[in-house]
Design a binder for this molecule. Structure first.
Ligand SMILES: C[S@@+](CC[C@H](N)C(=O)[O-])C[C@H]1O[C@@H](n2cnc3c(N)ncnc32)[C@H](O)[C@@H]1O
Length: 219
C-alpha cells in the first residue's frame, strides 16, 4: 500500500504535536543553531523522546552518540541517563562540537557529556580501547549515512548485553529516500538495515517514525 506524501507529512506532524512536548531550551535550540550557521537536521522532538525513553529503559550508565550536531539529541539522552551516567558524543565538525558544548552548559548537563571532535571511524577504535567490549548500554547513530555499515561493525561488540542501539534515517532524509536505488546514502542504510536484521547477536526492528528509526537490542 502506498502512503501519499501529504499523508506521511500529516502523520509526522501529528506525532510531533502529540508526543513532542519539550522544555524551552530544547524548543529553541535548533533555531539558535541555524542562526549560528548549523544545518537544520536534528531529530524531531518525538524521536528525542524515544531516545530518552530507551536510555531510561536500559538504565544506561554509559551511552555513545555518533553525530552531535548542535547537541539536541544528546541533551535528550543525557537527561535520561542513570545518576552517575555519561554520554560520549562524536562530532566531525569543530563548529558543531563547540556550539553543542555551549548548549550542554546551558542545559546543565555538561558534567554528563564528553564531546569528542573527530571523524567517527577514526575516533571509534580509540574509544573501543578505552571502554572495552560489552561496555556501552545505549548507542545512537546519526552521522554519515554512507558510513553506517562501518559504524555498526565498530560499535556492535561494544554494546552490553540488553544494551540498545538506535539508528536514525534508516528510511531516508531530505534529499534521498529508501526507494532511490541510485543514491549512495540509500545504499549505506540499506546495507546497515540488512546487516543488523541478520546479526545473530541482536534482535531488531525498524519503523517509519519521522525518517525511519532502527532499534536493535543486544541479546
Ligand atoms: C544529522 S546530524 C546529527 C543530529 C543530532 N544527532 C541531533 O539529532 O541533534 C549529523 C552530524 O554528524 C556529523 N558527522 C557527519 N559525518 C561524520 C563523521 N564521519 N564523524 C563524525 N561526525 C560526523 C555532522 O557534522 C553532523 O553534525
Amino acid at each position: 500500500m502506498e502512503m501519499s506524501g501529504d499523508r506521511w507529512r500529516y502523520t509526522s506532524h501529528y506525532l510531533t504535536e502529540v508526543f513532542g512536548h519539550q522544555d524551552e531550551h530544547l524548543a529553541g535550540l535548533m533555531a539558535d543553531a541555524v542562526r549560528a550557521g548549523l544545518p537544520d537536521i536534528a531529530v524531531s522532538a518525538d524521536v528525542g523522546r524515544l531516545l530518552a525513553l530507551l536510555t531510561r529503559t536500559t538504565g544506561a550508565r554509559r551511552a555513545l552518540e555518533i553525530g552531535t550536531l548542535g547537541g539536541y539529541s544528546a541533551i535528550w539522552i543525557a537527561r535520561a541517563l542513570a545518576s552517575d551516567g555519561k554520554l560520549t558524543t562524536i562530532e566531525a565538525v569543530a563548529a558543531h562540537a563547540e556550539f553543542a558544548q555551549a548548549q550542554f552548559e546551558r542545559a546543565g548537563v555538561s558534567d554528563r557529556i564528553d564531546v569528542v571532535q573527530g571523524s567517527a571511524l577514526e575516533v571509534l577504535p580509540r574509544l573501543a580501547d578505552v571502554f572495552g567490549p560489552e561496555s556501552i548500554d545505549f548507542v545512537f547513530i546519526d552521522a554519515d549515512k554512507r558510513e553506517y555499515p562501518s559504524y555498526w561493525n565498530a560499535v556492535r561488540r561494544l554494546v552490553a548485553p540488553s544494551g540498545i542501539v538506535v539508528v536514525d534515517n534508516v528510511l531516508g532524509a531530505g534529499s534521498w529516500w529508501i526507494d532511490d536505488e541510485a543514491n549512495d546514502h540509500r545504499a549505506g542504510v540499506d546495507t546497515l538495515n540488512r546487516m543488523v536484521a541478520a546479526d545473530p547477536q541482536f534482535e531488531s526492528v525498524a519503523f517509519p517514525l519521522r525518517q525511519g528509526v532502527l532499534l536493535a537490542r543486544r541479546l
